[in-house]
Structure formats: structure tokens, C-alpha cells
Write a protein of this length. Structure first.
Ligand code: 2AL
Length: 242
């Protein structure tokens, strides 16, 4: 099977990190490519960024459809464009917040999210309301390090560990979800410090997509996720008409 991991932001170095995390969990029959969005924001940490990341996600999916991709991971914790990508792709599409939160509910009673900027906490809460049973997400905590500073700030690991440790106590949670694709490489180190499961959504989403493709399961076309109606698109988005 051929899986594609889409980095919805336009920063190549982040795609390389994301690819490493996805590649670590694929099976022998799986090939994987990781693509950087060709248009949009350098990082996604506002609703504005998220809205403008979606065309790039859909372009990466359209290109993947021509290349015969069997399933996609959307590797940004806001899951930007997830529902639209499902309408556009033949194979399954899984977002990293979706995967991480679902995985958390399989291995614990309640989870805490550790994310980047405080302003992204609302989106994480909205997604938790969609993906997790009521009360399962006990808190969303921000380390207040911008996405593009994550790989250069030497204090990130200790900040995330301290925040996660406090979150477990304060929230009464038993699982930590890392709330940014840029934190993917830290899961093992944070888990070793805290001795509770720490979920990297990139790895979790890759496993879910791989499993769905193995099971020959994909997005239902019966109603909401049917192919979008054909119509003209105007202006800068004209090329997105199907
Ligand atoms: C993210 C992420 O995963 N990628 C990105 O650019 N922004 N999420 C976040 N909460 O900062």
C-alpha cells in the first residue's frame, strides 16, 4: 500500500520530522511519502492559518489521487480540511488530533493535551468534543512555544515534561496527547520521564490509516462524505473545481 502524510504547513524541515515519525511505524508492505503543502502558512497556529492551509491540503490530496495513494494522514493537530479531504480522496484520511484522541481513549480513562500556543487551545477543545467521549479530555495545556521554534528551542523537552507532569496531577488524567506535529519526535522521551502513555498523533494516525487500508475500509460515500457536487470555482481557487 502507498500512504501519504501531508504536512499542512509549508515548512520542509517539519515535514522531515513528521516523515521520520510515520516511517518508524509502517509495515514491510507499506510505502510512504511525506509531502509539504505547496501553498499557505509556514505554520498553523490560528484560525486564519488553519483556513488558509486547507487549499494546500486539498491540492496535496488531488495530486495523491493521481499518484494512486491508498490513504492519507493529515499531520497538523488542528486537522485542517479533514472532512473536505475525505470527500476528495478515494482512500481513508485520518487527522493526527483525531488519531491521538481516539488512541488515548483506548488506553486510559482521561487524557490531557500538551500543545504549542495558548490560542490553539480552543480548537483542541473543539476537536476533543468531536472525537472523545464527554469528559475524556480533562485539559489542554500550552507550552507557549511557537511551532517553528520547537526544533530550535533546547528547553522544549523539559517544558513539555513539566507541563505534562502538572497536567496529569491537575487534570486527574492518565494519558498525555502531544498537541502538535512538531512535537512528534518527543513522545518516547516524554513517556520515559512520566511513565504514562504519551501519544504522538503522527504515528497513531499512520497506524490507523494503514489498518483501514489493510481492512479494505474507506470513507463511506452514502451521504455526508459523498463526492462534492461539481461546480465552477472562481478567482484564485478556479483550479479547485472538480
Ligand atoms: C500545529 C501543527 O501540528 N502543525 C502546525 O503548523 N501547527 N498545531 C499546533 N497546535 O500548533
Amino acid at each position: 500500500m502507498h500512504l501519504r502524510v501531508v504536512n499542512p504547513n509549508t515548512t520542509e524541515s517539519m515535514t522531515a520530522l513528521i516523515e521520520e515519525s510515520a516511517r518508524a511505524v509502517i509495515g514491510p508492505g507499506t510505502t510512504l511519502d511525506a509531502v509539504t503543502s505547496a501553498m499557505g502558512p509556514a505554520s498553523i497556529e490560528s484560525h486564519y492559518d488553519e483556513a488558509l492551509a486547507v487549499p494546500g491540503v486539498l491540492a496535496a490530496v488531488a495530486e495523491g489521487e493521481s499518484a494512486g495513494v491508498d490513504g492519507y494522514v493529515l499531520a497538523c493537530f488542528g486537522d485542517p480540511g479533514l472532512d473536505a479531504a475525505r470527500e476528495a480522496a478515494a482512500g481513508p484520511v485520518v487527522g493526527i488530533a483525531e488519531a491521538a484522541m481516539h488512541a488515548a481513549t483506548l488506553i486510559g480513562r482521561a487524557f490531557s493535551v500538551v500543545t504549542t500556543l495558548s490560542r490553539t487551545r480552543g480548537r483542541a477543545h473543539d476537536l476533543a468534543a468531536r472525537y472523545a467521549p464527554a469528559g475524556a479530555c480533562r485539559g489542554v495545556h500550552a507550552c507557549d512555544i511557537p511551532v517553528l521554534a520547537l526544533d530550535s528551542d533546547p528547553a522544549v523537552l523539559q517544558r513539555v515534561v513539566a507541563l505534562a507532569r502538572a497536567a496529569l496531577d491537575r487534570d486527574g488524567s492518565d494519558v498525555i496527547v502531544l498537541g502538535c506535529a512538531g512535537l512528534a519526535g518527543l513522545a518516547a522521551a516524554v513517556q520515559a520521564e512520566l511513565e504514562v502513555p504519551v501519544i504522538d498523533g503522527v504515528a497513531a494516525a499512520t497506524m490507523f490509516v494503514q489498518s483501514l487500508v489493510t481492512l479494505r475500509l474507506s470513507t463511506s460515500r452514502r451521504s455526508e462524505y459523498a463526492r462534492p457536487p461539481v461546480k465552477p470555482y472562481a478567482g484564485m481557487l478556479a483550479a479547485f473545481a472538480r
